[in-house]
Design a protein around this ligand. Structure first.
Ligand code: CAA
Length: 380
């Protein structure tokens, strides 16, 4: 077993770390306050190859592996959690399924646009009445000649307000249950497609999270991604990849919480000495650092399983996402505790980090869903 990163991975880590510290971290508090989408930084990251980390170079991507993807998402999220998920969605929820299931024409048309951020991607799965229960979706796409007529509403869609390419799921045959779901690539400017409510989120506030509304949208037959009826499997396989990213985002958010807690505990004095000298604070710091490293290893292991071509790595990615999410919430809570009353104010970054962490237990499958995936893999 080799725990060393490759030279390429180390170089990427170094490059993203420097960029994240110098460019992303300084604006993170402002975009949290304003909820303004960080387009300038997204364009800069496209130039560094971070919008298509796993996309092959022939389609405009950087051609890295899945551990590299995790390394980059961790570093970006350590500096700015909003930017972390914007980049993760573009790479894994949109770039990945087009790369994996798309026709040559679809790959040539969409992947370069996603990689250079000419058009950003969004993933239209969740609906007002269907979150955890994917097969309960109500959206439909009826074939009429050589177009599908798409109807439905998607909710809580990251990047939605600023995206140009949407991977959307809808029933082409309701009677077949999950085997009747299909996947489509939908472009922003198509008639009948509009944006609905913009969510005013508790954390990751700059992510243009919005509703998608489809009213008799005619999409060409060529926009079907994969085969008709393959949508549920495309969705689950894509989530297996993207949950590695969310595990990595959790590690990045938790690392920033720990860094803040260490800094504060060395500066703050009580009873005549820095609070980092007290064993109860030391106990929290030790637990935080150990749990972050454990989560990082689960994330790398899930990335390794994907790298070596395992067709099913649901168990490993669900473990990385489940453990990472609850670890990050717990680490952020302890970091607030170490800050005392100051941690509850906007004078310190830790209150933002605590708010950002909570989403990890909710999106891309709640923690409860991850436990179901893990348990089913153990018992099937
Ligand atoms: N890969 C390939 N196939 C898979 C699979 C996987 N990981 N998981 C399941 N399947 C297959 C099964 O083998 C089964 O196939 P057969 O019919 O051929 O036997 C089929 O899919 C149905 O599987 P299940 O019976 O397990 O399906 P289910 O209805 O019980 O659902 C679930 C399973 C795990 C609960 C799933 O619905 C799920 O993951 N729900 C959570 C949804 C989610 O993560 N949403 C996140 C939204 S995206 C988001 O948050 C993005 C954002 O904006 C940031």
């Amino acid at each position: 077993m080799n725990f060393d990163l490759t030279n390429d991975q180390k170089m990427l880590q170094d490059q993203v770390k420097k960029f994240a510290d110098s460019v992303l971290a300084p604006v993170a508090p402002d975009i949290d306050k304003s909820a303004e989408f960080p387009w300038d930084n997204i364009k800069k990251m496209a130039k560094l190859g971070l919008l298509g980390i796993i996309i092959p170079e022939e389609y405009g991507g950087a051609g890295f592996d899945y551990i590299s993807l995790a390394i980059a998402i961790e570093e970006i999220s350590r500096a700015c959690a909003s930017t972390g998920v914007i980049v993760a969605v573009n790479n894994s929820l949109v770039g990945y399924p087009i790369m994996q299931f798309g026709s040559e024409e679809q790959k040539k048309k969409y992947l370069p646009l996603l990689c250079n951020a000419e058009k950003l991607g969004a993933f239209g799965l969740t609906e007002p009445n269907a979150g955890s229960d994917v097969a309960a979706m109500e959206s439909t796409a009826r074939l009429d000649g050589d177009t599908y007529i798409l109807n439905g509403t998607k909710r809580f869609i990251t990047n939605a307000g600023e995206a140009g390419v949407y991977v959307v799921f809808a029933y082409t045959n309701k009677e077949l249950k999950h085997k009747g779901i299909s996947t489509f690539i939908v472009e922003r400017d198509i008639p009948g497609f509009s944006l609905g409510k913009h969510e005013d989120l508790m954390g990751i506030r700059a992510t243009a999270n919005c509703e998608l509304i489809f009213e008799d949208v005619r999409i060409p037959k060529e926009s079907l991604l994969g085969e008709e009826g393959e949508g549920f499997k495309i969705c689950m396989n894509t989530l297996d990849v993207s949950r590695i990213d969310i595990g990595a985002q959790a590690v990045g958010i938790a690392q920033s919480a720990l860094d803040e807690a260490v800094r504060y505990s060395k500066e703050r004095k009580a009873f005549g000495q820095p609070i980092c000298n007290f064993q109860m604070v030391q106990s929290m710091l030790a637990e935080m650092a150990t749990e972050i490293q454990a989560a990082r290893m689960l994330v790398y292991f899930a990335g390794h399983c994907k790298n070596k071509g395992m067709t099913r790595f649901s168990l490993e990615s669900a473990m990385a996402k489940y453990y990472g999410a609850s670890m990050a919430v717990d680490v952020a809570r302890k970091a607030v505790q170490i800050h005392g009353g100051y941690g509850y104010t906007k004078d310190y970054p830790i209150e933002r980090i605590y708010r950002d962490a909570k989403i990890l237990e909710l999106y891309e499958g709640t923690s409860e869903i991850q436990k179901i995936v893990i348990a089913r893999e153990l018992t099937r």
